[in-house]
Design a protein around this ligand. Structure first.
Ligand code: IMP
Ligand code: MG
Length: 178
């Protein structure tokens, strides 16, 4: 197991840039849903700051809840996920916008979509702050995306390495030293 001392961290996306992009995303989302009702489901824990900043840019009040999901270890391509916290609101017949920190292999998002559809959601859309399309295993795409990035490991603004760095205001890349 590596320790934090094994890494250099470098600024990758600054707070101001994130803020600017979130304003644009909020406008796009408001346009897309227009007069339609929808529920925001934030994926814990990584979407915490992104979701808080995004929904406060909306020009109308929205219902929101959270889901906490983990993909099963050792079953990488199965897409089976373990739901650690379920949303409490009624999803029956609703349009859902799932808000997440990053779309990587797509396994978690695919599992969450299946779960929400099984709970009666009418449509499930995805808004992700970051997207690593080159890493995708599952065929799933974001309806709204903040930034497409390459195959690098990033932390900050909700994203963690071993539960650390989530509180940072900028997004950083983690580089192995040496
Ligand atoms: P998935 O591979 O698309 O299922 O992504 C699962 C989860 O892995 C994401 O929700 C993140 O919590 C985490 N993850 C993927 N890439 C990164 C990264 O670069 N930094 C931090 N967490 C990541
Ligand atoms: Mg994580």
């Amino acid at each position: 197991m590596k320790s934090l001392n094994d890494f250099d961290i470098k600024v990758f996306i600054r707070q101001e840039e994130i803020e600017k992009r979130i304003n644009e995303l909020a406008i796009d989302i408001m346009k897309f849903f227009h007069n339609r009702d929808f529920i925001i489901i934030g994926v814990l824990k990584g979407s915490l700051f992104f979701m808080a900043d995004l929904i406060r840019q909306f020009n109308k009040s929205v219902l929101f809840d959270f889901i906490h999901a983990k993909s099963y270890e050792g079953t990488q391509t199965s897409g089976v996920i373990n739901i650690l916290k379920e949303p409490a609101c009624n999803l029956e017949g609703m349009d859902i916008l799932v808000v997440e920190d990053i779309l990587d292999t797509g396994i978690t998002a695919t599992g969450i979509k299946e779960y929400l559809i099984n709970k009666g959601a009418k449509n499930v859309f995805f808004c992700t702050l970051l997207d690593k399309p080159s890493r995708r295993i599952k065929h799933i795409k974001a309806d709204f995306c903040g930034f497409q990035i390459g195959d690098k490991f990033v932390v900050g603004y909700g994203l963690d390495y071993d539960e650390k760095f989530r509180e940072k205001k900028d997004i950083y890349t983690l580089h192995l030293k040496g």
